[in-house]
Design a protein around this ligand. Structure first.
Ligand SMILES: NC(=O)c1ccc[n+]([C@@H]2O[C@H](COP(=O)([O-])OP(=O)(O)OC[C@H]3O[C@@H](n4cnc5c(N)ncnc54)[C@H](O)[C@@H]3O)[C@@H](O)[C@H]2O)c1
Length: 390
């Protein structure tokens, strides 16, 4: 099986790439490296041992059995509904590299190219079974500075990716939308039915792209899963940029002996989801799509009665379903660091929303996803990772 991951050199893309690589899939990454980094792909391009022989290392890491058994690891776990919870854990294990399939590696191709370039996208998508579309200009403040480029990359880029997916008759596209489509709402927790009122060019570009996904599904029958990511955190998340998310930024400051700054009283809340949970949701979405439309050589699964609404580009919230205040976040970090961290407080920033956390029952009903990772565990893993060395 072959997967194209646009934006695969970024924070989220590199984790998804690793998970599919571990499952023995051929992974193609299309990235123009604006924010993505080659170091993020070290886990993919490193020479790997595999049970079928020595890997060759480098970009083409190994030519090994890419049999449907590899896929079975993905598809077998949820046949029995009573196994949902443990099945999830097993898939998470694969996602975090602790699964039995670690060490099995498919081919890796890294294409440096832009999703605005139709030829590059067509080349990258050739022969793919699955497309995970993540490439985007992903910063809200930057989108205010440069709305035109944000629309070009995020919207027209998505058009190119969907078109190429259609031409290749792929079994599923996943699209990375964002909680930014909701804007500021006092209807909490946020359900998917909440009216979308984006308050930034970035949020608008994601909402318009969701519509493109829905259009491609309705008019051309392309299966697309639209995920609205909430605040994703995890290893390899960049702490150094002016647009960095709060968790990597605070960890970096704390590890360097500094004091994190909270804008406002720290009681504002966010919905933080750990990266391996987000990867797990993608594995489940792909698994479900392959059950509905199995590859030619895969026997149709017996249980295909599951609703396919998720594959019709109706959005699914992808968050933890829990709210965490920034003050709570600092407490968790104090616990991990083993010392009390006293943040400094600054006046609230205009435009910052006060509360955001989501309902996650739809994503559970549609694809069986439930987050597994408590914040203390996810943040501890980040503390122990080495990505805070500039
Ligand atoms: N991280 C979060 O909390 C979060 C929340 C909501 C949505 N998202 C979405 O998830 C996706 C991945 O986000 P991330 O946090 O990994 O960000 P990231 O910046 O690390 O990854 C984005 C990747 O896209 C690449 N890219 C940018 N423009 C491109 C172009 N024109 N052509 C090809 N590649 C291009 C970048 O080089 C980078 O590797 C984005 O679509 C983002 O909007 C992320």
């Amino acid at each position: 099986m072959k997967i194209l991951i646009t934006g695969g050199a970024g924070f989220i893309g590199s984790h998804i790439a690793e998970a599919f690589h571990r499952l023995g899939w051929d992974v193609t990454i299309l990235d123009n490296f604006t924010t993505g980094k080659r170091e993020n792909l070290a886990g993919l391009t490193r020479t790997r041992e595999n049970p079928f022989g020595k890997a060759t290392g480098g970009e083409k890491s190994s030519e090994i059995a890419k049999s449907e058994e590899n896929l079975a690891g993905l598809t077998s776990k949820r046949e029995n509904p009573s196994e949902k919870e443990t099945g999830g854990e097993n898939l998470s294990e694969i996602a975090t590299g602790r699964g039995n399939l670690s060490g099995i590696a498919g081919k890796v191709e890294i294409i440096e190219g832009d999703i605005r370039d139709k030829t590059a996208v067509a080349k990258a998508a050739a022969g793919c079974d699955v497309v995970v579309h993540l490439a985007a200009l992903a910063s809200v403040p930057a989108s205010f500075r440069n709305p035109e480029e944000t629309y070009e990359v995020n919207f027209m880029g998505t058009q190119n990716v969907l078109e190429a997916a259609l031409q290749n008759n792929v079994k599923i596209v996943t699209f990375a939308s964002s909680s930014a489509v909701y804007g500021d709402t006092d209807r909490l927790p946020i359900g998917e039915e909440t009216p979308a009122n984006p308050l930034s060019p970035y949020g608008l570009s994601k909402l318009l792209s969701e519509k493109l996904c829905r259009f491609h599904n309705t008019v051309y029958g392309l299966p697309v899963v639209v995920f609205r990511f909430f605040n994703v955190y995890g290893e390899r998340q960049n702490p150094f940029s002016e647009y960095s998310a709060v968790i990597p930024k605070f960890i970096n400051i704390i590890q360097n002996g500094g004091t994190p700054t909270i804008f406002g009283d720290g009681e504002q809340t966010r919905d933080f989801i750990y990266i391996s949970d987000l990867v797990h949701a993608h594995l489940l979405a792909v698994e479900g799509a392959l059950k509905l439309q199995p590859a030619k050589s895969v026997k149709p699964a017996t249980n295909t009665s599951k609703s396919s609404a998720a594959y019709e580009a109706t959005p699914l919230n992808l968050g933890s379903g829990e709210k965490t205040s920034l003050n709570q976040l600092v407490k968790i970090m104090s616990q991990i660091a083993g010392k009390e961290i006293k943040p400094q407080y600054a006046p609230p920033r205009s435009g910052d929303i006060l509360h955001s956390f989501c309902k996650i029952d739809k994503i559970f009903d549609e694809i069986g996803f439930k987050p597994q990772t408590p914040m203390i565990l996810g943040i501890e893993k980040m503390f122990n990772s080495r990505n805070f060395e500039n």
